[in-house]
Design a protein around this ligand. Structure first.
Ligand code: ME8
Length: 543
């Protein structure tokens, strides 16, 4: 297949690459630690159907991270977008009776709307039908071809349009009704025979295993890492990377009878958005990405195929791929057949943006599967938002408005109890940072809520309503302490609930340019006039 000299130089290339990868010392992965630049991605979503809760989930989680790193002062590039080619999308357009481009334009606009409604702070929105992406995908193809990693052959095997994935026979099974399905996803597969270009994935078995070993933090959580390790150890076959039986895709450079396999096309989006193939582009400095956040069903594409493509192209590999779990809705899998896809936008209209964002990252330990139900949403909102932070803020701020002249009270001598609460709040940023670094969002929120509960207990014990009559200086010190604690809580809540945390900071008189993590070290300005307090979270009662 290859000329002898090309083969030898290719061997030298792999050897050098292999050495580079294995000699990398593993530094415990901490997103943003010591970095100016942080690049975070969501998957790009298929536009075969409208956006739903699952898409919102990944986007919100990635958004929390992006906002967190901005809060720490990092230079963040946060990318989301839509995956618009392939058989599945073409079939959806056909079913809708619309030309594919017009169809994808409509659905992509819907995904953009969902992102805006969920306050996703993405810096760019990539669509794979954009000219910049076509150029990048074709450039990668050429680079892979030049590296000798592509050859022409014929694909004969199983393909699932729903998963847009090729499957080995052992990965499929016959259902009792005679339909053959992919075991992992349950999606029907069809037998495909067509000319196809192949990527020499088999050559990457050893380099990938060496890379995983040298970078134990590359795949998370650990269970997924083990799954990927055993998949790769089980042996890799070359991968079909072009299709000839339909045309809705990016043409293969030099052989336009083929369109690129939608997953190769899609993965390249992460490079397109930072300017590839122009490695002098202003955004190129963000590469390699710090984190690709993905659902558990697409880990193989991100943790096996993608690093192999990048190795072959001689490009740096992302630092981490984290796979999260799946939501069911009221106990059932979201699917076309049950028609139970949940759109988050009506929920935002009904409950408010931050209630929905909070629920998504609080309810389920990130990485695990979870179930969405109205009952759980209402229970958590009432317990932790209305009765938790909402109540603490309201108690404190309305007391200040009524009894302390509506200004941040002056602090007197601090007692042991004041110190204890302030120390607990002072230790919070580091705890939250630790949890967020592990993408343990529920733990980060748990830590914040420990402080909220401690502050509630503190008010009960200090009883400022009693001090009002007996010792106003002490009352002021208690209120000052509470304002300081609330400021810490509100600053830390910004990535999770940007709207309400912003409102709370307004009510605490914290200037817009003093809401960074670093600003927590500055003293709270006594005497600042506070606006009239307004409730943050109402209690919900199901009719
Ligand atoms: O896979 N629970 O797009 P997709 C949690 N285009 N998350 C869910 C979910 C659920 N029930 N359903 C979907 C694709 N997701 C490809 C990606 S990337 C180069 C190409 C989320 O529209 C989750 O993040 O099928 C999952 O990985 C993603 O949506 C799949 O979106």
């Amino acid at each position: 297949m290859f000329k002898h000299s090309a083969k030898r130089s290719k061997k030298v290339f792999w050897l050098l690459f292999f050495k580079k990868v294995t000699s990398c010392t593993y530094v415990l992965f901490r997103l943003g630690d010591g970095l100016d630049k942080v690049y975070i991605t969501t998957p790009i979503y298929y536009v075969n159907g409208a956006p739903h809760l699952g898409h919102a989930y990944t986007s919100v989680a990635a958004d929390v991270l992006a906002r967190w790193h901005r809060l720490e002062g990092a230079d963040v590039f946060f990318l989301t977008g839509t995956d618009e080619h392939g058989q599945k999308v073409a079939a959806a357009a056909r079913l809708a009776g619309v030309e594919p481009q017009a169809f994808v334009d409509g659905v992509a606009a819907d995904f953009k709307d969902m992102a805006a409604r969920m306050a996703i702070s993405n810096d760019d929105f990539i669509r794979t039908t954009e000219p910049r992406h076509k150029a990048a995908a074709q450039a990668i193809w050429r680079r892979l071809a030049e590296a000798g990693a592509i050859y022409l052959g014929k694909y004969e095997g199983w393909y699932s349009v729903r998963d847009e994935a090729f499957y080995d026979a052992e990965e499929t099974a016959l259902r009792p009704d005679g339909v053959r399905i992919a075991v992992a996803s349950g999606a029907p597969v069809e037998w495909v025979v067509e000319p196809s270009y192949f990527f020499k994935l088999s050559a990457f078995e050893a380099p990938l295993l060496a890379f995983y070993e040298a970078n134990p933090g590359f795949i998370a959580p650990a269970a997924k890492r083990n799954e990927i390790l055993s998949f790769v150890r089980g042996g890799l076959h070359d991968l079909s990377i072009s299709r000839t039986s339909f045309t809705w895709g990016i043409p293969v450079p030099g052989d336009e009878a083929h369109v690129m396999y939608v997953w190769l096309d899609a993965l390249v989006n992460y490079l397109t958005a930072v300017g590839y193939p122009d490695e002098t582009a202003p955004r190129w400095g963000y590469w390699p990405a710090n984190l690709h956040l993905v659902g558990k069903e697409i880990i193989r594409f991100h943790a096996v195929y993608w690093p192999a493509f990048l190795m072959a192209a001689g490009l740096e590999l992302p630092k981490r791929v984290f796979s999260h779990g799946w939501w069911t809705v009221e106990g059932e899998k979201m699917s076309k057949s049950t028609g139970n896809f949940i759109d988050v936008r009506p929920l935002v209209d009904e409950f408010g943006l931050d209630v929905v964002r909070f629920f998504l990252v609080r309810e389920v330990p990130f990485g695990n599967d979870g179930d969405f139900s109205r009952k759980a949403l209402i229970a958590r909102t009432n317990a932790e938002l209305a009765n938790g932070i909402g109540n603490l803020a309201q108690r404190t701020l309305s007391f200040i408005a009524k009894n302390a002249g509506g200004v941040v009270p002056a602090r007197g001598v601090l007692t042991e109890e004041d110190h204890a609460l302030l120390e607990q709040a002072g230790a919070l940023p580091e705890k939250v940072r630790g949890a967020i670094t592990r993408l343990a969002f529920h733990e980060a929120l748990d830590e914040i809520w420990k402080v909220i509960r401690a502050a509630d207990g503190y008010i009960d014990r200090q009883a400022p309503w009693v001090l009002r009559k007996s010792d106003t200086a002490r009352m002021n010190t208690v209120l000052f302490t509470l304002v300081r604690v609330l400021r810490t809580v509100a600053v830390l809540l910004q990535p999770f609930m940007p709207e309400s945390a912003g409102k709370l900071l307004d009510q605490l008189g914290v200037a817009a340019d003093a809401r960074q993590l670093a600003a927590l070290d500055t003293p709270v300005a006594e005497g600042t006039t506070l606006p009239a307090p307004v409730g943050l979270f109402p209690r919900f009662v199901e009719a």
